[in-house]
Write a protein that binds this ligand. Structure first.
Ligand code: HSE
Length: 417
């Protein structure tokens, strides 16, 4: 028997507009395959200005009063696409308490309050799904929640921010300036309303927190993650990285070392032979290391209206199918998770860029018994090299030595495999 599902959307920005388009395009196929018919009952907008034409085209009923949605007993699913953590949190809690299922793409909110919101959803016996909050169109949360349930994950490495990956690719391959690359990412709709979240690494950190929750059943706080953005990356770093056989990527990673986690978001030099090196522009890539599977990689568009909207739509469909099959309501993560114990990273390779160098660096490093992977010294003035397998103590010691004979312009971790 055909079932009608009524949804309401909070917001009509980039992703919400993509959702309206994708839902309209897929309506017939969804109906044939699932016997479900979806209607968008209401859309919350801040102001009707500039939205009337879009509303007319898709026959949307706009409202500026959220309670017209939250207090409407006929609405089954609320889709939150306004972003931010204040109003979004308040309205999601109210929707859950009114026994409405909720779908959101809001990573800031789920990263910081996902545990609390999941508990409320459980108490109300409704679903809270947020696939689109991590890695845009890649169904990574569903995969962690289902396919890896019987496996033990030991590490995750991910390119999780489309904006910075787009910027770094454009800077390296087309020689675009940092500002021009950011403007292009903003125009394409990849960047956050406040792009500081992208370039400072916060967006990737929020996504990492969500992945950690599903992969390790631990609740990370932002302060548990070492976060470094991409602002210090220059064209010179890109040139040297290329000469030495690397690409610069903003990498989010978490490793389980004994019972402790080490989590970091930072620009790194990624070897050209690393599987994540193929992840360019706004694409995202995630490597999962696990005991039974070994290494698996997930790749796809990490930002943009249509891919992100498609993840939102998949959540809506999953909820609607559970509603009609009268299945127990699943959640995307367990609640009341313990905080995690943090471990300091121990050994890593490091890239150094030096200027005003007064020595022959190859000789100097050999005398200091520093193992190097590659060295590029154009003259005695400027040099870049990768030092192998340094502990934090050895790195600090090397910095002191180098400061006596040069000016250190950049230090980045290097990821080989
Ligand atoms: N600003 C985000 C990004 C959007 O660039 O990845 C998708 O989460």
């Amino acid at each position: 028997m055909e079932k009608q599902v009524k949804i309401a959307v909070l917001g009509l920005g980039v992703v919400a507009s993509g959702l309206v388009e994708n839902l309209n395009a897929a309506k017939e196929k969804i109906k044939q395959q699932t016997n479900l018919t979806f209607s968008i009952a209401k859309v919350l907008v801040r102001s009707r200005e500039n939205k009337e034409e879009q509303a007319k085209k898709h026959q949307l009923t706009l409202t500026t009063d959220v309670n017209e949605i939250l207090d409407d007993p006929t609405i089954d699913i609320v889709v939150e696409l306004i972003g931010g953590t204040d109003a979004a949190k308040k309205w999601i809690i109210k929707a859950l308490k009114q026994k409405k299922h909720v779908v959101t793409a809001n990573k800031d909110l789920i990263a910081q309050f996902g545990n609390e919101l999941t508990s409320i959803a459980k108490q109300s016996n409704v679903s809270l799904f947020y696939e689109a909050s991590v890695a845009g169109g890649i169904p990574i949360l569903h995969t962690l929640n289902n396919s890896f349930i019987a496996d033990e994950i030991t590490g995750i490495k991910g390119i999780l921010n489309g904006t910075t990956n787009f910027m770094l690719t454009q800077m390296a391959e087309l020689g675009l300036s940092y500002d021009k690359a950011l403007q292009t990412a903003q125009a394409a709709g990849f960047a956050e309303a406040n792009p500081t979240n992208d370039v400072d690494g916060w967006d990737a950190a929020y996504k990492l927190m969500i992945l950690v929750r599903l992969a390790f059943a631990k609740d990370l706080a932002l302060k548990d993650i070492k976060i470094v953005g991409i602002q210090s990356i220059t064209q010179k770093d890109n040139d040297y990285a290329q000469k030495l056989g690397y690409q610069i990527k903003l990498l989010a990673q978490v490793k389980k070392i004994e019972e402790h986690l080490y989590a970091e978001v930072a620009p790194v030099l990624l070897s050209n032979t690393h599987p994540l090196a193929v992840v360019k522009n706004e694409m995202n890539g995630i490597l999962i290391e696990s005991k039974a599977m070994g290494t698996s990689m997930f790749y796809g568009p990490g930002a943009g209206a249509s891919p992100t909207a498609q993840s939102v739509l998949a959540d809506i469909l999953a909820i609607a199918q559970n509603m009609t099959n009268k299945q127990p309501v699943p959640q995307m993560s367990v609640s009341n998770l313990p905080n995690c114990e943090i471990h300091e990273e121990v050994v890593s390779d490091y890239y150094f860029l030096l200027s005003d160098c007064t020595v022959d660096l190859a000789n100097f490093l050999e005398k200091q018994e520093v193992k190097t992977l590659s060295l590029s010294q154009t003259d005695l003035i400027e040099a870049a090299f990768v030092a192998k397998q340094l502990t934090i103590k050895q790195k600090d010691w090397l910095i002191e030595q180098l400061q006596q004979v040069s000016h250190i312009k950049q230090i980045l971790s290097v990821v080989e495999e």
